[in-house]
Design a protein around this ligand. Structure first.
Ligand code: MN
Length: 473
């Protein structure tokens, strides 16, 4: 764990680590390729299961993939561009260890998007009857029992026709016909906008954006619990890039979309209509059964001539990182508001980048460690397990964290249990009503205990030694 994290340092061999952000998915792909992080697949690959199978295998330590020969389709498919902190750091132009802090800066100093007349996403324009999502796009079918092809990396942009408030968020979409899609809208910002339109008996115009860089993808994954409805997620993307996101107006509505995206599907969410959606394998690796969901009708498609379709396989590190990485800076900020000595928060991959957090802390007052646990619970409702360690423990080194639990933690004294809060529905252990228990492990040294027994034993020179010097053959 330590090695993997440290191995993502700016000192890795290859071209110099960039210090500015890639502006588009294409620039990101160029960077990944230059750093040996992207490979092309030139064998014919089936969009039904085969692409997802290869991508899932590659997600465990392999490179990002660009499929050049999708069976029955002209367009390329790319996956895995954001599967590691290293790739995201490379794209944002920061060392991997600084991705979370860069993101926190972006949250606090957003840069609003700007509108321009046109852009690459308008190279091909299809309106009305000319739209056929299924035949034009290599939409992937992922898991054995999935109900069909699903758009899983679609970023949905909505703009309130009355207030102009924009929202940007991820929603899975099942493609059922040329212009007939199902969209899953959980009760967050888009849901509120759709309900308001539905109460007026109106469809809500939205656009589905495909093929964007890390900054836009991360911004779209920002949880509504930290930014209120009305906070434009694309202003976070602008801040991550250090320049405003360039937008263009849709062909069939007043919604605006990133001008440099690969593909945009314009459409509307129909009022008062629900239809079957599913089954679909969710991020925890089990199926959501068929249920009645909202209906999206496509009204236009615009794209680049040689558009690249961006896929995403649920449960892979790419999906978990994109959804979960924003949780770290958000939690850091929230916990630091209560306990200023917080150094770092690691939301672990084993906890699906959502449920388990490790907080490293410089204790300044008695009680800081317990209050950090309570603040962590309050910072994100999905959090179920919080482990607090001292600042000299690396929260990204799970062995180091477990060591701290082993030698500092006494359950009778250091366990914090809060029962009966709201849980996340993918958690199979929830009780009736969907409630959960939250557990905090205080694995810090007792406050004020600076005795010699806590000093980490070090062999002089061990960390500087080059082993090769001694093992010369
Ligand atoms: Mn929002």
């Amino acid at each position: 764990m330590t090695l993997a994290h440290e191995g993502q340092s700016a000192a890795a061999p290859g071209p110099p680590w960039p210090d500015t952000a890639a502006a588009t998915l294409r620039e990101q792909l160029d960077r990944l390729e230059a750093f040996g992080q992207l490979q092309h697949v030139d064998v014919v690959t089936d969009p039904r299961f085969e692409v997802a199978a290869v991508a899932q295998r590659a997600s465990r330590g392999g490179p990002a993939l660009r499929f050049r020969q999708i069976k029955g389709h002209q367009l390329d498919v790319v996956l895995g561009t954001d599967a590691t902190r290293e790739r995201i750091g490379l794209t944002l132009g920061v060392p991997p260890s600084e991705v979370a802090s860069r993101y926190l800066e972006a949250l606090t100093s957003p840069i609003a998007p700007v509108v321009q007349a046109s852009g690459p996403v308008k190279e091909v324009v299809r309106i009305g009857d000319d739209v056929d999502v299924l035949s034009e796009l290599p939409v992937l079918t992922h898991f054995e029992h999935d109900g069909g092809p699903y758009i899983t990396s679609g970023i949905v942009v909505a703009e309130d026709p009355e207030t102009g408030v924009r929202n940007v968020s991820y929603h899975r979409m099942q493609v059922c016909g040329p212009t007939d899609l199902r969209i899953v809208i959980v009760p967050r910002h888009l849901h509120a906008m759709q309900q308001k339109a539905e109460e007026r008996g109106e469809a809500l115009p939205v656009a589905v954006v495909l093929g964007v860089d890390s900054a836009v993808r991360l911004a779209a994954g920002t949880s509504g619990s930290v930014i209120p409805l009305g906070f434009d997620e694309l202003a976070i993307a602008g801040a991550l890039k250090g320049r405003p996101e360039q937008m263009v107006r849709c062909e069939t509505s007043d919604v605006h979309v990133p001008a440099n995206a690969e593909i945009v599907i314009e459409g509307e969410i129909l009022p008062g209509v629900r239809a079957d959606e599913g089954p679909f394998a969710e991020f925890a690796g089990t199926y959501k059964p068929v249920a009645k969901k909202h209906v999206f009708r496509a009204t236009a498609m615009t794209r680049r001539k040689d558009a690249i379709y961006q896929g995403l396989v649920t449960g892979t590190s790419e999906q978990l990182l994109l959804m979960g990485l924003p949780n770290e800076p958000v939690m850091t900020k929230a916990i630091r508001g209560v306990v200023p000595g917080v150094r770092d928060v690691h939301v672990t991959s084993g906890g699906l980048h959502k449920f388990h957090a490790i907080v490293s802390l410089e204790q300044r007052h008695a009680g800081d460690s317990k209050d950090a646990i309570i603040a962590a619970f309050a910072s994100h409702r999905d959090v179920k397990l919080v482990t607090v360690v001292d600042h000299d423990v690396d929260p990204y080194d799970l062995d180091d964290v477990e060591r701290a639990v082993a030698i500092n933690f006494q359950a009778a004294r250091d366990l914090v249990l809060v029962d009966g809060g709201k849980g996340n529905p993918v958690d199979h252990s929830l009780r009736a009503g969907g409630t959960t228990s939250r557990m905090g492990i205080d694995a810090t040294r007792s406050f004020g205990d600076s005795s010699q027994r806590h000093v980490r034993a070090v062999i002089p020179g061990a960390s500087e030694i080059s082993l090769a010097h001694y093992l010369d053959d």
